[in-house]
Design a protein around this ligand. Structure first.
Ligand code: ADQ
Length: 491
């Protein structure tokens, strides 16, 4: 990873970043009030970076504005709100834009393809038009709010063409982009009818960051083979008359913050409740959004194999699988929900006893403050996505453990986190028997081995935490030379 910066380097970056004169402008599909406790890694990192410099956070309000006459006129007004030294600027979307940009292109084209699921993609041409229209709308509404030396940080797949749209309107600011989800190999990317436009759009940024070295390699291969990009140095590519800096910046968590949550009264109460409730059992845990990228059916199959081939786990091993509802208005998610209901029902029917249910499947949101106690009470975490940009649950599980008696992480080799978390038990989630063997190994691992592995994992997630991630990315963006062709755009 380009995480070559060591702890000293990280401190220097943070210090330099605090001294920045530039204002930070963050753009993401959704925003959040930075004064409220943040739920995920992105919100934590963005909140902290914004609070250091003061800044602007721009995105969709989450609201759909229906125009009385059915036209597009319901959208476009920017709502500005101040939250401490951060300004939140949001806009509503029309029904048509929401359905094509968000449900359509973002969630029914880019999400499946970037997670290698061509079979689930729906290449409807109206979606691409809506996606471009909303990125143009974002650019139009953002431009008047910008100051000349603002540093702009754009997040994720919903906003790939935003810099190209801004450049076309004359914006010359430094603009960075971070992709939170995987970058697929060139031939998978090439299945998207608009792939050339999308990848060319990325060259309107000054810096593009990926979660892993594998993602960075896929992007480099794509632009070298499809766009004849020239590699100027390990982190600089030239194509479309632009020089782009690229790097792998694996996102982390705020380890101390998560540990504090584990040690809070609620965290401890939850731990004691779970430990007492399952004192005769061995607890396994999975926490995910209910998404087909997370490999949930394969995980339940692997757990079934565990009970079949290692019968000593019957009447003992219990899997708590929390799967929060997600994108329920996209068809593929409905199928997954039905599949999970049936798989979990079958395993409980086939193996359950009057006083033991092998799987407790919870299809609801669980409050974040309850997670650390649940993680600490669990002997094993199953983080087995079929593809994942990073996966923060893997890191949260490590942070929540008791270092004197830690639980073990079973981690998919296809999660971005696997590049960093080598001391976890890495599995191929498609190989359900192999995964069952790894789970058995985790359940029977000696205390010494668990302690050693956990120590190495904890050190790594501490070194490359969320503060390292944001400060290293922003420092690299600051260091980018103003691009001679910045205003010419690439679209
Ligand atoms: P997500 O796909 O949402 O994020 P992930 O990184 O696992 O995936 O989780 C984000 C946060 O949501 C974590 O803090 C986790 O605790 C929380 N969470 C997940 N499921 C939950 C549940 N059922 N109940 C309560 N909380 C839950 C995208 C990419 C990832 C990447 C992140 C950050 O898909 O690969 O790691 O962005 O870049």
């Amino acid at each position: 990873m380009s995480g070559t910066a060591d702890r000293a380097g990280y401190r220097m970056c943070t210090q330099q970043h605090k001294d920045l004169m530039s204002r930070l402008v963050v753009v993401s599909n959704r925003t959040a009030d930075p004064r409220k406790p943040a739920a995920g890694g992105l919100a934590v990192a963005v909140r902290e970076s914004l609070q250091q410099t003061g800044g602007l956070w721009f995105g969709w309000s989450g609201k759909i504005r229906e125009a009385a006459d059915g036209t597009q006129s319901g959208q476009g007004e920017v709502h500005v709100q101040t939250a401490g030294n951060v300004t939140l600027a949001t806009l509503d979307l029309s029904r048509e834009d929401h359905d094509t940009y968000y449900l359509g292109y973002s969630n029914d084209v880019l999400w499946p393809v970037f997670h290698y699921r061509l079979d689930l993609a729906n290449f409807d041409t109206r979606f691409a038009a809506g996606y471009r229209r909303v990125n143009q709308l974002f650019a139009q509404k953002l431009l008047p709010l910008l100051k000349p030396d603002d540093l702009i940080w754009v997040h994720d797949y919903q906003l790939i063409p935003l810099a190209a749209e801004l450049r076309a309107m004359g914006c010359t600011n430094r603009i960075g982009f971070f992709l939170h989800i995987p970058m697929p190999p060139p031939l998978i990317m090439a299945a998207i009818p608009e792939h050339e436009w999308l990848m060319r759009s990325l060259f309107a940024y000054d810096l593009v960051g990926f979660q892993s070295e594998a993602d960075l390699t896929h992007f480099s291969h794509y632009v070298e083979s499809e766009a004849h990009a020239e590699r100027l140095s390990p982190d600089r590519l030239r194509a479309f008359n632009r020089t782009l800096r690229v790097g792998a910046y694996p996102i982390g968590i705020d380890v101390d913050d998560f540990k504090r949550l584990a040690d809070s009264k609620e965290g401890r109460d939850m731990f004691v409740r779970m430990r007492d409730e399952y004192s005769r059992r061995r607890l396994l845990v999975g926490v995910d959004r209910l998404d087909y990228s997370k490999g949930l059916p394969q995980r339940v199959h692997a757990f079934r194999e565990l009970l079949t081939y290692y019968p000593e786990n019957r009447d003992s091993a219990t899997l708590i699988q929390i799967a929060s509802p997600s994108r329920e208005d996209v068809g593929a998610y409905d199928n997954l929900r039905r599949q999970m209901d049936s798989l979990c029902g079958a395993i409980n029917g086939d193996f359950g006893e009057l006083d033991w249910m092998p799987v407790r499947y919870i299809h609801r949101n669980v409050a974040r403050k309850r997670l650390p106690g649940l993680f600490r009470a669990s002997r094993v975490a199953l983080v087995t996505p079929l593809r994942d940009g990073m996966n923060l649950v893997a890191k949260e599980f490590i942070a929540a453990q008791d270092a004197a008696d830690p639980g073990m992480l079973v981690l998919s080799r296809f999660a971005g986190a696997a590049e960093q978390l080598k001391e976890a038990l890495l599995v191929n989630p498609y190989d359900t028997q192999g995964t069952a063997q790894a789970i058995q190994r985790a359940l029977t691992m000696s205390l010494d081995e668990r302690i050693n592995r956990h120590e190495a994992l904890l050190n790594r997630i501490r070194k490359y935490d969320v503060h390292w991630w944001s400060s290293t990315f922003l420092q690299a963006l600051e260091d980018c030379e103003p691009n001679e062709a910045a205003a010419s755009g690439t679209s």
